[in-house]
Design a binder for this molecule. Structure first.
Ligand SMILES: Nc1ncnc2c1ncn2[C@@H]1O[C@H](COP(=O)(O)OP(=O)(O)O)[C@@H](O)[C@H]1O
Ligand SMILES: [Mg+2]
Length: 303
């Protein structure tokens, strides 16, 4: 029987869904915490020790969570993911994709580099420069959003609407990430979550926040609505720009009929999406990953 490692510290609903989907395909999936994995350069053992996989590496690794911690700890967790990939284990999404997307600064940069629409953004260390940029933006009639570079689920995000708000302009771990606030079409506040797997937008929903934060974790309500071909194409391109196997792409539709890509999540949740869309996300993800496994085995045999 094939064996899969699901990296997570909190399997929850998503872990269970994945485990069932792997079982339906004849694979046993074990939950593993990256905090318990080791690099061991010694005789007589695999160089990467994953609990439960000491004798043989997993057939594939599904990354549902990378724990936080000090820079050194996080580098170690990512090293484990990189090492597994180097040893031929398909890692879904791989360590590099996760690195690129958990870092909002790199996400914004890569979207811009690929010619994709994303709001004007500044990332910097110096407080005086941050204040200068913010003042200039406000004087031009724009509002700003300040975000922690490594945030998720709307955590630590602030909106700067007027000059007096600058009194509490705060950095996060020494860095300011400032982004122009993008207005959305229609009444109230909303954005879109497009779920992309293997180059295809498989499901989408509009999220309507209780206020301007449209994260489901912040109480936003979900509504299944078809998306335009243009929006699907942007989501697919954003996922490709960040070199991800799959992603949850956040997009704001502007009052002018344009689109702005806000975020590309490499470990997206899909519970909210499934509550409104008739789609079995775990099955689609598992099928995609197992196809990659077969492909990587074929390449190994040719080599
Ligand atoms: N530039 C922006 N303009 C308007 N709203 C934004 C902007 N950036 C973020 N938001 C709102 O905040 C939410 C969370 O921001 P996001 O960048 O996706 O971070 P997180 O990783 O915390 O989800 C978005 O879904 C959106 O509702
Ligand atoms: Mg988001």
């Amino acid at each position: 029987m094939g064996k899969i490692a699901i990296f997570t510290d909190d399997p929850g609903w998503h872990g269970k869904q994945l485990r069932q989907a792997f079982a339906a395909r004849g694979y046993l999936a074990e939950y593993v915490s990256l905090t318990e994995c080791r690099i061991a350069i010694q005789e007589g053992s695999l160089p990467v020790i994953v609990p439960g996989f000491e004798q043989a590496l997993p057939d594939a690794a599904f990354v549902r969570g990378v724990p936080g911690g000090s820079l050194t700890e996080v580098v170690h967790y990512l090293d484990v993911l990189h090492a597994l990939k180097i040893m031929g284990v398909p890692v879904y999404n791989d360590g590099h994709a996760i690195e690129r997307s958990v870092d909002k600064s790199m996400t914004s940069f890569l979207l811009q580099q690929h010619g994709l629409p994303t709001p004007a953004t500044w990332v910097l260390r110096d407080r005086a420069q941050a204040l200068e940029i913010a003042e200039q933006e406000l004087r031009l009639g724009h509002q700003l959003i300040s975000k922690p570079i490594f945030g998720s689920q709307g955590e630590g995000i602030r909106r700067i609407e007027k000059l007096t708000d600058l009194f509490w302009l705060a950095h996060s771990q020494g860095i300011y990430y400032l982004q122009r606030f993008v207005a959305c079409e229609g009444a109230g506040y909303s954005d879109w979550r497009v779920f992309v797997v293997n180059g295809q937008a498989i499901a989408s929903m509009r999220r309507r926040g209780v206020h301007w934060l449209n994260n489901v974790a912040r109480g936003a309500s979900c509504e299944a609505l078809p998306i335009t071909d243009v929006m699907a194409d942007l989501a697919v391109k954003a996922t490709a720009a960040l070199q991800m196997n799959y992603a949850g792409v956040d997009i704001i539709c502007t009052p002018e009929g344009g689109y702005q890509i806000i975020e590309v999540n490499s470990i997206p949740a899909w519970k909210g999406l499934e509550s409104v869309c008739d789609v079995k996300v775990a099955d689609i993800l598992v099928n995609d990953l197992l196809t990659l496994c077969v492909q990587s085995k074929q390449i190994e045999q040719v080599c």
